[in-house]
Design a protein around this ligand. Structure first.
Ligand SMILES: [Zn+2]
Length: 127
């Protein structure tokens, strides 16, 4: 996968710890599903993508500012990633999956627990 390495380490651990604390079981990097979701909660028909703000072009986010050199090249590269994300998500929806997307910057704040609680409210309610 072309995702930024940082997402696989720090921020992702936060999400995994959160799920663990809630007693939600997940599977990592499910290659059988479109886009290889970072985490899959099969029991709740939910997949989770941790998105690096830069690589996935988080709109209006400071972290997604393009480099001043080779700007066009980066722009094209990131647009391709966004397009690929869209296709994967569309396919997953068709297959009946709920999709939770978490941005890198959302995990880098002190409010991260509230953010995660909100994102997972629907899933947790069903437990
Ligand atoms: Zn962001």
């Amino acid at each position: 996968m072309s995702k930024v390495k940082g997402v696989k380490t720090g921020p992702e651990i936060i999400v995994r710890k959160f799920l663990h604390a809630k007693g939600l079981r997940y599977r990592l990097y499910n290659k059988k599903l479109p886009g290889t979701p970072d985490l899959t909660l099969a029991k709740y028909n939910t997949v989770i993508f941790g998105n690096g703000c830069f690589w996935h072009g988080h709109k209006g986010c400071k972290k997604s500012n393009l480099p001043k050199t080779k700007t066009e090249w980066w722009k094209e590269k990131i647009e391709k990633t966004i397009e690929r994300d869209k296709i994967s998500k569309r396919t997953l929806k068709k297959l009946g999956w709920n999709i939770i997307g978490i941005w890198e910057c959302e995990l880098a704040t002190k409010k991260v627990k509230t953010t995660l609680d909100k994102l997972f409210a629907k899933v947790i309610k069903e437990t």
